[in-house]
Design a protein around this ligand. Sequence first.
Ligand SMILES: *[C@@H]1O[C@H](CO)[C@@H](O)[C@H](O)[C@H]1NC(C)=O
Ligand SMILES: *[C@@H]1O[C@H](CO)[C@@H](O)[C@H](O)[C@H]1NC(C)=O
Ligand SMILES: *[C@@H]1O[C@H](CO)[C@@H](O)[C@H](O)[C@H]1NC(C)=O
Ligand SMILES: *[C@@H]1O[C@H](CO)[C@@H](O)[C@H](O)[C@H]1NC(C)=O
Ligand SMILES: *[C@@H]1O[C@H](CO)[C@@H](O)[C@H](O)[C@H]1NC(C)=O
Ligand SMILES: *[C@@H]1O[C@H](CO)[C@@H](O)[C@H](O)[C@H]1NC(C)=O
Ligand SMILES: *[C@@H]1O[C@H](CO)[C@@H](O)[C@H](O)[C@H]1NC(C)=O
Ligand SMILES: *[C@@H]1O[C@H](CO)[C@@H](O)[C@H](O)[C@H]1NC(C)=O
Ligand SMILES: *[C@@H]1O[C@H](CO)[C@@H](O)[C@H](O)[C@H]1NC(C)=O
Ligand SMILES: *[C@@H]1O[C@H](CO)[C@@H](O)[C@H](O)[C@H]1NC(C)=O
Length: 884
Amino acid sequence: MNFNRKSFQILTSFLLLCLSLGSNSATAAGNVTDFHALLDFKNQIVEDPFHIMSLWNDSISHCNWTGITCNISNGRVMYLNLSSQGLAGTVTPSIGNLTFLTRLNLLSNSFYGEFPQEVGRLLRLQRLNIDYNNFGGRIPSNLSRCTELTGLSAGANNFTGTIPTWIGNLSSLVGISLSVNNLHGSIPHEIGSLSSLTFFGLYGNYLSGTIPSSIYNISSIFYFTVAQNNLDGNIPANIGFTLPNLQVFAGGVNSFTGTIPASLLNASKLEVIDFAINGLTGTLPRNIGILNRLTRLNFEDNRLGTERADGLSFLDSLVNCTVLETIGLGGNNFGGKLPRSITNFSKQLRTFSIGSNGIQGNIPVGISNLDNMAKLGLEGNRLTGIVPDELGMLQNLIELYLNGNKFSGRIPSSIGNLSSLTKLFLEENNFEGTIPASLAKCQKLLTLSLYSNNLSGTIPKEVISTSSLSIYLDVSHNALSGTLPYEVGKLVNLGKLVLSENNFSGVIPSSLGSCTILEQLHLQGNHFEGNIPQTLENLKVLQDIDLSHNNLSGKIPEFLGDFKVLRHLNLSYNDFEGEIPKNGIFKNASSISIYGNKKLCGGVPELKLPACTIKKASLQRKVLALKVVIPVALLIFLLFLSCFIIFSCMIKRSRNGRSMSTATNNLELEISYSEIAKCTGGFSQDNLIGSGSFGSVYKGTLSSDGSIVAVKVLNLEQRGASRSFIDECEVLRSIRHRNLLKIITAISSLDHQGNEFKALVFEFMSNGSLEDWLHPTNTLQYQTKTLTFIRRLNIAIDVACALEYLHHSCETSIVHCDIKPSNVLLDNDMVAHVGDFGLATFLFQESSNVSRQSHRSANLKGSIGYIPPGIFLTSLVLNFKLHS
Ligand SMILES: *[C@@H]1O[C@H](CO)[C@@H](O)[C@H](O)[C@H]1NC(C)=O
Ligand SMILES: *[C@@H]1O[C@H](CO)[C@@H](O)[C@H](O)[C@H]1NC(C)=O
Ligand SMILES: *[C@@H]1O[C@H](CO)[C@@H](O)[C@H](O)[C@H]1NC(C)=O
Ligand SMILES: *[C@@H]1O[C@H](CO)[C@@H](O)[C@H](O)[C@H]1NC(C)=O
Ligand SMILES: *[C@@H]1O[C@H](CO)[C@@H](O)[C@H](O)[C@H]1NC(C)=O
Ligand SMILES: *[C@@H]1O[C@H](CO)[C@@H](O)[C@H](O)[C@H]1NC(C)=O
Ligand SMILES: *[C@@H]1O[C@H](CO)[C@@H](O)[C@H](O)[C@H]1NC(C)=O
Ligand SMILES: *[C@@H]1O[C@H](CO)[C@@H](O)[C@H](O)[C@H]1NC(C)=O
Ligand SMILES: *[C@@H]1O[C@H](CO)[C@@H](O)[C@H](O)[C@H]1NC(C)=O
Ligand SMILES: *[C@@H]1O[C@H](CO)[C@@H](O)[C@H](O)[C@H]1NC(C)=O
């Protein structure tokens, strides 16, 4: 036996020697092979924005090409590193000829197709990093032959199928990341034999079943994330002993059940524990604070807690976690009072979210100690008492959720000191008194929600002129009175205005017509009177209008029929009169409501209103006239005859008119194409202001109101353009912010040749893109376009605000993925607007458990949900681990 093994070893070393001798002798030819393989690689590249591939030319040795490193002793390619070069194309099978390759790094490009099986010929390959590409198909099975692999990183691609069992044979693996792909099936237990594994990342797939216990025995693992899959089962009771090196432990958005093991306290290096959105029961270990390196502790949306009075006593121990930044405990069953100890939490604390529990009592005195706090979520509990003035000292607060409690007293005017606040939710409490005018000092406010309280008095004109308000302003279901201030016209960024069920009176100010991106307008249940102002015809993107239960009068304006995206119009219980328009939304009786207006007539037959009498009366008058005329004289017979002829002509013309208008209605889609074609001078080169991979952008003037717009016409032949269009519409529909490019409309139709045509119409940015300013294309421009330091700073701040908003303030976080100077546009006042969302992605997009999310009560707004772990960490950690 022993002898056999020894002779086997001798034999293998001999063979290896022969092999290496063989390859050494082949070296001279080997560099030629490498050269041709690299040329093949180059030939498959179809997009190369930085012209890297043109540097791969004969003028220098391939060993000196960008991204290539050769081994000095044998002249063979050792490293191929083309990370973040914007390259797109497939990877050539010739890659398998680079037989001395040890590191292949294509991180963050747009490579697609299957990864070639020839990778199995790279027997010396140690690190493969293809994170952030579009590779599809299965993970190439021949990779199993690359037994030297220490790092395999293929996250954020489109790999399908299951995780291959042979991964267990790559016994040198130190790190493996297959996060954010389309992998199905269970996690193979063979992975448990990778005894050197430190980094284990499978988050964001469709994996199911339980995690094999063998994996929990790899004691070297420090990074463990399986979040956002369909996994179930318990967290093993002894995990803290079998994985004592854990630093990151994340399993959010799965179906894990059972309790949180107390043994976790033994894993003393833990920094992140995130098991949000699962079915865990029990509670947190009382001395969880022993883990004093914790930065994030997130168990939101589980079934933890028992509503018991001492249910939050574990919070006391967290005072020892001096670097804690995030605590997420919302959406559980915790009861009892908020302990005073929370006021001694880490000064680093940025997020404290404990909404949607059964927590009682007051906000503890001393909360202002937490002065780094950015997000405080106490919503949906049973908290009582007044909101302390000291809340106004949390200078860094960005989002404040106190809604759905039983707070009483006045809204503290000190909230006006929170100059960074973007979202303020105070609805569904018992607040009384007036709305503090000081709220207007929150100059970054995007959302202000005060509905369902007992607020009275007028709405301060300072507050209603907070022009940063972009998402919504809702003060409905209070006892507010007085007129709607003229300053409402300053809400030029607002999407939704809700003033319903109050005692507002007076006329609707004509200035409301300045709120041109309003999508929803709810004024019902007040005492508004007078006409609908003509200026509202500017509110072309309104989708939902409710003016019911007021005292409005006059005619229903025709322009409402011209609103292309209007879906609901409620004008019931007012005093409107005259004929109902017949165009646009008025064609569809089920989209409009006009009950309780006694003086209306006409409209489509489904409305069953009396026909308008005006025409009939004039007809009767004519008949009467005839009756008088006939007896007077036969002489006037001629006149009568001509009257008759004129009359019949009129009927004919009106009939013609009607058939013409139905014809135009049928052509609505084509009209929008024609309009776009017309306003851009037939897509003339003179109006071309830019072009990119997804299409061209033209300047145009809309004939309807003379406004100047930018029209982005998508090049549908381009791979992915159609998807990009849908994505962009989707993104733009859900967001709005002063530093984001505003979309006016989207067009999806046929052109005159019957081809598909898609375009987005944006506000025109008169100062062009930041790219034009930074890199002017000719000297003339260079002279005129200079950016002062202050301007540059302002632009940077604008872009940062936009990104901050996209990442943290949207319902789902949005990653733009394509921030560059050419996508930063400057308006007349040099305010920067971020545009081009064609590549943007929603961070929560792929979650298989989104439905569970949407079950959550409307109260649960302050929740942080689950925070996706970074994929980039893989490469950082791997580099770090392997170098050290
Ligand atoms: C390969 O190496 C030989 C000898 O070192 C050299 O003469 C030749 O130019 C190299 N060929 C390429 C393509 O680099
Ligand atoms: C790669 O190697 C294969 C097999 O050895 C050979 O047929 C092919 O021509 C090589 N490709 C290049 C580009 O040299
Ligand atoms: C060839 O590559 C060199 C640098 O590697 C570069 O300076 C040169 O411009 C390239 N030639 C062409 C024709 O692109
Ligand atoms: C690469 O370039 C350096 C100088 O830039 C030169 O010394 C070296 O010989 C070149 N290597 C090869 C393999 O051509
Ligand atoms: C370079 O090649 C030689 C001979 O094949 C090998 O022994 C050495 O380890 C290689 N160097 C590196 C840094 O890979
Ligand atoms: C790969 O290239 C990128 C960009 O050129 C560079 O930042 C990175 O450090 C390189 N990585 C390695 C491992 O050489
Ligand atoms: C894949 O590996 C098998 C042996 O494991 C080999 O026969 C086959 O040629 C390899 N395929 C490629 C494309 O290299
Ligand atoms: C990912 O792969 C699936 C199935 O292979 C395919 O239907 C889908 O279009 C791909 N997604 C992307 C973004 O390429
Ligand atoms: C993996 O290793 C097992 C046991 O050593 C062996 O039976 C199996 O064939 C290997 N699989 C591959 C794909 O190399
Ligand atoms: C905090 O740590 C100290 C020692 O560093 C310890 O005495 C104390 O009991 C800890 N407090 C909690 C609540 O765990």
